[in-house]
Design a protein around this ligand. Structure first.
Ligand SMILES: CC(C)(COP(=O)(O)OP(=O)(O)OC[C@H]1O[C@@H](n2cnc3c(N)ncnc32)[C@H](O)[C@@H]1OP(=O)(O)O)[C@@H](O)C(=O)NCCC(=O)NCCS
Length: 372
């Protein structure tokens, strides 16, 4: 192919993919100074002006000429807003890479650009499959890929590499016959407030309080699956894993925080949302920091969660028909939270709840139907 004459212009009316020009060097150089860009991509750091010149005037044109990389400038709102490229393609399978100006992020620009590029990979280049890769934790990129129909996400420990350092990597792909639409649900974590408490997403800064709550003797006693000993690393790992649970459709977890000071008082989650047999049930789980117990905080938190869980998905809820809650029969405080919220005790499994000391408690099951 000749550059730039043969570079196809692709547009959906809002975003246009076109050949790069020398005028894109300055904005591209500026975008590459962005710390987020440097964190999630493999560009050189420090990123110098000559890097932008070389990439846009040598690497990109050569890619088109040699049929090895197909890179477009993303034009949005009348100006250069980023770059998207397809690469490899041998045997009909290739990869996509992209980045957009921090000033335009969050406007759907990359979602549109990615759809255009993927369509071109199938219809223009005749590919069978497009692969997306990102370093673990790059949720903005993962969400763009999810919105465009990339699926089958797996995590490869150490699968990625940036500037000589191995990093954990996510990989997903989309095939030529796949719909370019989201597969599965990506739950959001809305803020829910009532009675002096606020349910919100967990934050890195909650780690100390999470550690205190989860290393507490009673939490450890009733939640025998909890790591033991439970230190700051375990707390940080728990917090870091929650966005993945939401993005993969499995669970939604909230920090229960004091509405005035925003300090973490406990945790409440709805999990089992992706159960293969019944996608309309969810299980509620929780724990409380010891200094917040005995003030009905958990009963209020569960009340908020129930309302959200029964709300239809179209209205931003979890669209559940049935909720369950389980606790050991000797765990009076937990059984009280269930009963205070109108759950019905429907089961008592004998010696089904393991304790750390090797003994077992009976396990109560409570349920609540949306129609109750
Ligand atoms: C990834 C990137 C290209 C996204 O560009 P964008 O134009 O903002 O993308 P879109 O607006 O189409 O979609 C971004 C989505 O991610 C969401 N998002 C952003 N940060 C998020 C986060 N931390 N957690 C969850 N979702 C997040 C946005 O809300 C938006 O979703 P929505 O439209 O449903 O609300 C941009 O963030 C970027 O350039 N990052 C640096 C380079 C990079 O990471 N490239 C990809 C390497 S694999």
């Amino acid at each position: 192919m000749r550059f730039p004459e043969d570079v196809p212009v692709l547009t959906d009316g809002v975003v246009t993919l076109r050949a790069h020009t020398a005028d894109d060097v300055e904005p591209a150089y500026r975008i590459c100074q962005d710390p987020v860009m440097q964190q999630w991509t493999t560009i050189p750091v420090p990123y110098r002006h000559e890097h932008a010149v070389n990439f846009l005037t040598e690497v990109v044109p050569n890619g088109w000429r040699t049929n090895t990389m197909w890179a477009w400038a993303i034009e949005y709102d009348g100006r250069y807003a980023g770059t998207i490229d397809l690469g490899d393609g041998e045997g009909g399978v290739g990869e996509v890479g992209f980045a957009v100006d921090p000033e335009v992020r969050g406007n759907g620009v990359m979602t549109r650009a990615l759809k255009l590029a993927v369509r071109y990979a199938f219809d223009g280049l005749g590919w069978e499959r497009v692969i997306w890769r990102a370093f673990v934790g790059n949720y903005a990129s993962r969400r763009v890929a999810w919105k465009v129909g990339f699926r089958g996400l797996v995590t490869i420990p150490g699968g990625g590499r940036a500037r000589g350092v191995r990093k954990d990597e996510w990989v997903a792909s989309v095939g030529r016959d796949d719909e370019l639409e989201p597969q599965g649900i990506w739950w959001t974590v809305p803020v829910l407030e009532d009675g002096g408490i606020r349910l919100r997403a967990l934050r890195d800064s909650d780690a100390q309080r999470v550690m205190e709550a989860c290393s507490d003797e009673r939490t450890q006693q009733w939640l025998s699956g909890m790591p033991s000993p439970y230190g700051l690393d375990e707390a940080a790992g728990f917090i870091a894993s929650r966005p993945d649970a939401a993005a993969s459709g499995e669970a939604v977890a909230w920090a229960i925080a004091d509405a005035a000071g925003d300090e973490l008082l406990g945790n409440v989650s709805v999990f089992g949302l992706k159960n293969r047999i019944d996608r309309t049930t969810g299980e509620i789980g929780y724990w409380m920091h010891p200094d917040a117990r005995g003030r009905k905080v958990m009963s209020t938190a569960v009340e908020l969660v129930i309302a959200h869980a029964f709300r239809p998905i179209e209205d931003g809820g979890l669209g559940r028909r049935r909720l369950i809650l389980r606790c050991a029969d000797v765990n009076t405080a937990s059984a009280h939270v269930a009963e205070a919220n109108g759950f019905t005790r429907v089961g008592n499994e004998r010696l089904a709840d393991p304790r750390r000391d090797g003994t077992y408690d009976n396990l109560l099951t409570y349920d609540l139907l949306a129609t109750d």
